[in-house]
Design a protein around this ligand. Structure first.
Ligand code: GCV
Length: 843
């Protein structure tokens, strides 16, 4: 049995090194966009064609477009006719006979084949320079995905496109010290040691990647602790960042701390209505624009999670937003004021208290009071990027305000990139959701586009969290960044189509590869929701800590307000108007009606809106408790299927990529079992209601570590109890120093049937250190491995509970099974149980 080791820190390079495999295939080059979807290589086996690319103008973006076409088309095997790129005006000057519409919009492009002076050309026409760049990338995308663009005559306008949303930004929560809040892919590409990094090569490559899917802005710093970013020295560094991104049409934006005038400006106040404060922001905007003339604007988090805000002076978010907007207005800058404003010291004993209400309660009354260059940026749901939430009602409550929707590419609550979770289907559901404002069709995507409510400025913003580890750490997580850009350009695109497009460009055009990867991506979010928090319970993770592993009660009895209110009788939060917090009434009446009663509420959101008994029957006909049991078993099964589906690609795709994802998906399948067991056992114990299928509380083949004959190992309680089988584990940490050096052991005598089995070893992988484990049968090693993964938490719990499965072990009654663990640094080789399963079983 091959060893399986995972290092989530170092992406491809780390895994390959640690597996001792593929070392010669390791990319040693710098971090580039080619490591993502811009690496297309002749997928259609075309013969080499001549390649001529001509830019009609000299602008930086136009030159980027021409360079990109030269590079990309050469990889694709050339182009059937010379490619000419230019703005509409440039194109008409060079080719007066071309029929180019005169209403080509900002950022828009038109592509197609044309004949001029007796020669065929492929024309890439931009409404402006940025449009040329987007057109060039579109041409490459079409070519890489097999589209024969010679079929498209320019005159037919069949390849004309413009972005639906004007604001298409990524937000990075990078800190000046180079760490990244909620980033799971290494350190910042922008900052280190309190300064902008010297090497901004990766920043330019990131901008190139962003431009290829139409993203036009990048906010580079964390919304928390933003004050140091406005110092003169930092602004000079940021001007270099802006220059690195400029050739790709990506404008720099910054998060600002509304308390900056006091924190770094030497004033005694930051009251938004104070004239000195106003003057300070005006001067700061002048300073910024002198350095960065195309600066895009500010993002603000205020009066939220410890960040100071206008409430300190009895002022409103509109007062604060308008203060900043006035400073930016002369330069065309915008303010994205986040609606993520709530009190995290709520009284959990108050049945009327509800964090979900906060954004609407605070911002709806301010509608009409914001300056035209203020956009209210609202998270997709009312809580915080959970596995499922309803759409934020605020989108329907700001008819006179520009609006942007904030989503997360970085998978804070959705598996932190260690789990494959393709989020585009979730985002698409939100975009398509019809809020029925004024009893008319008002899908969120049209509100953001400004076609509803007629607001010219709106958009989508993704918290991206890219780092130096191959951008997002996991190669398949990149599908989320890609899909964000594509949906922000065109919210009508189908997530499965986007997934196929991404797969063809990134992994391969083999139809079987595309079919399999798309299937995996599309089933990943439902699987994750199933094995974490179904029925609208939210993710059920450790909400005061890692946001990663299961920790059901961490949501309760504190002021953070992510409550699910599970008790012995039932579960869910009553948000109805009649008997609950009234949150359901924040939606326009037609939608509110669909959430007001349990009977009307769709199953997937039932527990977000209602507290019901465990025996309550869902629309599906199942009881709530049975659904909780079944969905968790189903989710873990779906995660196991992902492993099998990926295995079917062996030999069909790049080998290092195959190995990296194999290791990740196997880890995910194991962690899905941790999740399943934690949630199922918790609700089984709390409700006392048996599982119709007899799985809850019943684990045939499981041999607990605490029941084993222990050498050196000591029994420890695990917190929360549901994260370990029986609430206990054994740890080598308390062994004497000499025993710890020799290692500890747990031993069982097998008493089951004779046969061939798989044996899963469930252990806790703590940092720092890499404990070593061995599984022995009758004294002979069946497998050895190291606990080298980088996982959250310094205590054994569901964040770091990890499964190592050894396949095909022959056993007979009386055989001695033994796990040996050798601690290393702070990793005490803690062990939960082993499970003897029929060979071939994934569980
Ligand atoms: C930047 C959640 C995250 C925080 C984040 C916050 C926000 O609470 O856990 O890390 O802070 O959202 O969106 O402001």
């Amino acid at each position: 049995m091959a060893q399986r080791k995972i290092d989530f820190r170092n992406g491809l390079a780390g895994v390959a090194l640690m597996m001792g495999l593929f070392v010669s295939a390791l990319p040693v080059a710098a971090q580039t966009a080619d490591q993502a979807w811009l690496r297309s290589s002749a997928p259609h086996g075309k013969a080499a064609l001549p390649l001529q690319v001509r830019a009609l103008g000299n602008g930086a973006l136009e030159q980027s477009a021409a360079r990109e076409l030269r590079l990309g088309m050469a990889r694709l095997g050339g182009a059937p006719s010379p490619i000419v790129v230019g703005t509409r005006e440039e194109m008409l000057k060079a080719f007066p006979s071309l029929a180019i519409p005169d209403d080509l919009e900002t950022d828009a492009y038109l592509l197609g084949w044309a004949r001029s002076h007796g020669r065929a050309i492929t024309a890439v026409v931009g409404g402006d320079e940025r449009g040329i760049l987007y057109g060039a990338f579109a041409l490459l995308r079409l070519s890489a995905t097999g589209e024969d663009f010679t079929r498209h005559n320019l005159n037919t306008n069949s390849l004309r496109s413009h972005p639906a949303l004007p604001i298409r930004w990524v937000d990075e929560w990078d800190n000046a010290d180079g760490s990244i809040e909620r980033g799971y892919a290494g350190r910042s590409i922008f900052f280190e040691g309190g300064k902008v990094r010297e090497d901004l090569g990766p920043v330019a490559e990131y901008a190139r990647l962003l431009a290829s899917v139409g993203i036009n802005g990048c906010n580079v710093n964390n919304v928390n602790n933003a004050a140091p970013f406005l110092t003169p020295a930092m602004l000079r560094g940021l001007a270099r960042v802006a220059s690195a991104m400029r050739p790709w049409g990506v404008r720099l934006a910054l998060s600002v701390d509304i308390a900056s005038p006091q924190k770094i400006g030497g004033l005694t106040t930051f009251d938004p209505l104070d004239p000195a404060v106003k003057a300070w922001w005006t001067a700061k905007a002048n300073e910024i624009y002198a350095l960065i003339p195309d600066f895009a604007g500010f993002t603000v988090k205020a009066d939220s999670e410890g960040q100071l805000g206008p409430a300190s002076f009895g002022r409103t978010p509109a007062d604060a937003a308008n203060l900043l907007a006035a400073a930016l207005q002369p330069y065309g800058g915008v303010v994205l004021y986040r609606a993520f404003v709530y009190n995290h010291h709520l009284d959990w004993r108050d049945p009327k208290a509800d964090r979900a209400r906060a954004a609407y309660d605070i911002f709806h009354p301010l509608d009409g009071k914001f300056a035209p260059n203020v956009i209210v940026q609202t998270k997709e749901g009312p809580i915080d990027f959970q596995a499922r939430e309803p759409v934020s009602p605020l989108f329907g409550g700001l008819a006179q305000t520009g609006q942007a929707m904030e989503i997360q590419v970085t998978q804070e609550y959705t598996g932190q990139q260690r789990h494959l979770v393709y989020l585009a289907p979730m985002w698409k559901q939100v975009l398509d959701f019809d809020l029925r404002a004024d009893s008319k069709s008002t899908p969120v995507k049209e509100i953001l586009a400004g076609t509803e409510f007629h607001r010219p400025l709106g958009g989508m913003v993704a918290v991206a969290g890219v780092g130096r580890d191959a951008w997002l750490g996991s190669p398949l997580a990149m599908a989320n960044l890609y899909a964000f850009g594509r949906l922000a350009w065109n919210p009508n695109l189908d997530p499965a189509e986007i997934a196929a497009e991404w797969t063809r460009q990134t992994i391969g055009a083999d139809p079987e590869v595309v079919r399999t990867v798309v299937k995996m991506l599309m089933q990943s979010w439902p699987a994750y929701e199933n094995y974490t928090g179904p029925l609208g319970m939210q993710t059920l993770t450790d909400i005061t800590g890692s946001h990663y592993g299961p920790n059901i009660e961490s949501s309760e009895n504190n002021g953070w307000g992510q409550w699910h209110r599970a008790d012995r009788e039932g579960v869910g939060m009553d948000r109805s108007v009649a008997t609950g917090t009234g949150y359901a009434g924040q939606y326009p009446p037609e939608v509110a009606k669909g959430y007001e009663t349990a009977a009307a509420t769709p199953d997937e959101l039932l527990l977000f809106f209602h507290h019901v008994p465990y025996a309550y029957r869902l629309r599906s006909g199942k009881t709530v408790i049975q659904h909780i049991y079944d969905s968790h078993y189903q989710g873990a099964q779906q995660a196991a299927q992902l492993v099998e589906e990926w295995a079917s690609l062996k030999g069909r795709i790049d080998a290092p990529l195959y190995e990296q994802m194999r290791a990740r998906l196997e880890y995910q399948a194991g962690h899905a079992i941790v999740w399943r067991n934690a949630i199922v056992e918790y609700f089984f114990k709390l409700s006392g209601i048996p599982d119709e299928q007899g799985r809850a509380g019943h684990h045939p083949g499981r041999l607990e570590a605490e029941d084993a004959r222990l050498t050196g190992y000591k029994i420890v309680e695990v917190t929360p109890w549901e994260d370990a089988s029986g609430g206990k584990a054994v740890s080598c940490a308390l062994a004497s120093e000499s025993a710890a050096q020799r290692g500890c052991a747990a031993e069982w005598t097998y008493s089951g049937q004779a046969g061939r089995f798989n044996i899963a070893v469930q252990y806790f992988d703590l940092q720092p250190g890499a404990a070593r484990f061995a599984l022995k049968v009758n004294g002979t090693a069946a497998a050895t491995w190291s606990a080298e993964a980088v996982l959250p938490s310094s205590r054994p719990n569901g964040d770091n509970s990890t499964r190592h499965t050894v396949q095909g072990i022959d056993l007979k009654p009386g055989d001695v099974l033994r796990v040996e663990g050798v601690p290393d640094q702070a990793d005490p080789a803690a062990l939960d149980y082993i499970e003897v399963m029929a060979a071939g079983s994934a569980q």
